[in-house]
Design a protein around this ligand. Structure first.
Ligand code: FEO
Length: 401
């Protein structure tokens, strides 16, 4: 079926946005995308007509429809694949069949990744890091950005237009009818960009710091920043400053208290700990896992100074929701946190020691003693929890001095 109702959006004289809007997605490999997302692809109308990235497989009709609103897809000469994750290459085989491009370009690692996705129907040329490609009247340059977000990742720069196609970098999961960041409420942009950074890019913060420094050193002038998710930036590049700050993971007086509870004992402990944290000068985000999901917790950790985790013992283990959270957080490698474990138990009581081991593995600096309560906390136990909260707040303040 040839969709005729999709329109491309002009980005500048040579470039059109031809991506897809996924209004309905709520789970992006474990990350809760409460505002949906976009899969951005861009069409460059140069002597050699070039498509930058494609979209997730179910959105092929939308991509081709938007391309068709500007040009016959068969007029595309080149496809550049900046990143081989399936949200950008899922439709690539079908696009190649429709477009029959002269060549596909990817980084060296991208070349290998696409081969391993059994994409052998076209010649894929590996581009050099720092290399360039003539499109006739315009020129593209490429820089590898390994691990931002996968080893194959690279960015492409349309030199004459000073336009950076930054693939996952500087993106956000935000479905919107507006295509440009300057058309969207700034607080929504910052909230979604922070969530995206925390859930996708946090482990690679050192690389982001290096990338931002390289952009400065090489003197890449950016007039348009065109990521593969969310809006395109054409002025007020606030997101560059936000990334610089988040990459440092500088702690603040914020403490995140995440827990689950069985019969409210661990919840009572969490509330007492929170009172102590506030008394000690911290701001607190209490996150019961019955109503807060893992990606929200990680987002709150982005600028936190402390992480406290609570769980009752269930069948000799921590609660499954808490295990899920810790597995997720561990992979994202948050830094510069202090914290402690707490929880209630009936008889065997393994959970708190398990939490302590998890926090140690994450290199969270433990403060005071873990709080462990048999069955139901009494006033003395809750007072101890409050003291723990105060101790943690004082430790954050000490580290910030
Ligand atoms: Fe948007 Fe790493 O894919």
């Amino acid at each position: 079926m040839k969709a005729k109702h999709f329109e491309a959006v002009r980005v500048n004289e040579h470039v059109y946005w031809v991506g897809a809007i996924d209004w309905g997605i709520r789970n992006f490999h474990g990350y809760t995308t409460s505002r949906g997302t976009t899969y951005n692809a861009y069409l460059i109308l140069a002597d050699k007509v070039t498509l930058i990235d494609t979209v997730k497989a179910p959105f092929l009709d939308e991509l081709l429809g938007r391309i068709r609103s500007v040009i016959d897809p068969e007029k595309i000469d080149y496809i550049v694949s900046n990143h081989s994750e399936m949200d950008h290459t899922g439709s690539l085989p079908a696009v190649i069949d429709a477009v029959k491009p002269e060549k596909v370009f990817a980084s060296k690692m991208g070349n290998k990744a696409l081969a391993a996705h059994h994409l052998d129907r076209v010649e894929i040329e590996a581009v050099e890091n720092g290399g360039s490609l003539s499109l006739g009247n315009l020129n593209l340059r490429f820089w590898e950005t390994r691990m931002l977000h996968w080893p194959d990742s690279m960015v492409s720069y349309l030199a004459e237009d000073k336009l950076l196609f930054s693939q996952d970098g500087f993106g956000m999961h935000l479905a919107s009818s507006e295509r440009f960041a300057d058309e969207i409420e700034p607080s929504i942009l910052k909230q979604e960009a922070a969530k995206y950074y925390a859930n996708i890019l946090l482990p690679y913060s050192t690389l982001i710091t290096r990338l931002l420094a390289t952009v400065k050193e090489v003197g890449i002038d950016i007039k348009v920043l065109a990521p593969d998710h969310g809006p395109v930036w054409r002025k007020d590049f606030d997101i560059l400053g936000w990334y610089g700050g988040w990459a440092k993971q500088k702690p603040t007086m914020k403490a995140v208290v995440a827990f689950d509870t069985m019969w409210h004992s661990t919840e009572l402990m969490a509330r007492a700990i929170s009172e102590g944290l506030v008394e000690g000068g911290a701001t607190v985000k209490v996150m019961p896992l019955g109503s807060s999901d893992r990606s929200e917790v990680v987002t709150e950790l982005l600028d936190a100074g402390a992480f406290l985790v609570g769980s009752p013992t269930l069948n000799n283990n921590m609660f499954p929701t808490v295990a899920d959270l810790l597995c997720y957080v561990r992979g994202l490698k948050p830094k510069n946190l202090v914290g402690q474990a707490f929880g209630s138990y009936g008889w065997s009581g393994e959970s708190v020691n398990q939490l302590v081991r998890e926090l140690e593995q994450m290199k969270v600096e433990l403060v005071g003693e873990p709080a462990k309560v048999n069955y139901v906390p009494d006033e003395t136990a809750l007072a101890r929890c409050k003291v723990l909260g105060r101790q943690v707040a004082e430790k954050i303040a000490e580290k910030l001095r």
